[in-house]
Design a protein around this ligand. Sequence first.
Ligand code: ADP
Ligand code: MG
Length: 364
Amino acid sequence: MYALVDVHKRYGLRTVALRRLNLEIRTGEFFVLYGPAGAGKSTILNLLAGLTKPTTGDVRRNGQSIVHVPPERRDAAMAFENYALYSHLSVAENLAFPLRAAGLPKAEIETRVNRIAGVLGIPHVLHRRPGFLSGGQRQRVALGRAIIRPADIYLLDEPIGHLDAKLRHRMRAELKALAVEMKATIVFTTTSSKEALALADRIGILNAGRLEQVGTPAELYNAPANTFVASFIGDPPMSFLSVTARPDDMAAALYTADGQRIGTAPASAVGLTGLQVGIRSNAIQMVEPGAAGTLAGRVEVVEHLGHSNIAVISTGKDELQVSTEAEIRLRPGETVGLQIDPAKLHLFSGGAAFADAAPARNVA
Ligand code: ADP
Ligand code: MG
């Protein structure tokens, strides 16, 4: 197990890359660090690799500090986004390099090179030199060189970020299967929600040097700790409606700005300011405008995804993303009715998930 303990990382005087961060990477797990550019993902990998040291705090392996262990003694295999390949060696020789260095027998090297080339979809370029490869092929060779050898931990920094959508999709499946087979401990960074959800045993969502939430894909999707996580996990992202809570029987009812009752909440929500409900696109049904108990909205934009459409609907104050069947034709400017499933609402107060919001939060 690896751990960052109270790690604060500054570059120079001004830039704070990580803020008192605590994180555990379990042995054998596929851990995805997911966050926008500049969040601190690469910094975490560099700390685990020993390429940089924390300003304060500790980096541990199985409980022991490794802050002073140099990179070459850490047994971490790395693939960085712009990893330089040996330009005078063929792809096969580049892949074989770490295995030769480890003194593996020739026959085994050949078997492994072919296996990895198959996984990465590059068997046809094994004889080529890096200068004759596309950017995506080079990136796959760099990834292959990292994962070809046994290592205590694999640090993969946006390793498939340069590939086109179709190839990324295939690589996700191949990489996941290989990781399971290798029982490898992997820390993988990405800026893609889909990639994080598809690959991870656990995801850490990083934002401006802070971990917003750590959990399984299902935990983050079903019980986001705050609106940042909610809007960052899932595609299309969760939409938010501002609401107020008014007393109602023993509990509270939630009302939108135009007075529509859309759900219930615990009585403790009454009087709170900054209440929002988060709604996933599949919790909203589009219905005839004006029907009782529905919200009125105006179609702003329609995005065609082939099998379905995503419509951005304005309710005046807020915007909701609704997924609809591909056959339903919507025109921008059109008025529609929205039926929201009250059992699928997520309640947030001041941006944080509202505690005890049992009726309003759907933990599947
Ligand atoms: P990410 O990988 O999530 O994009 P990084 O870890 O690369 O984020 O960067 C986190 C922050 O630290 C950013 O503000 C970045 O500009 C800054 N940073 C990263 N590396 C250095 C460096 N070597 N010197 C100065 N600032 C850096
Ligand atoms: Mg980075």
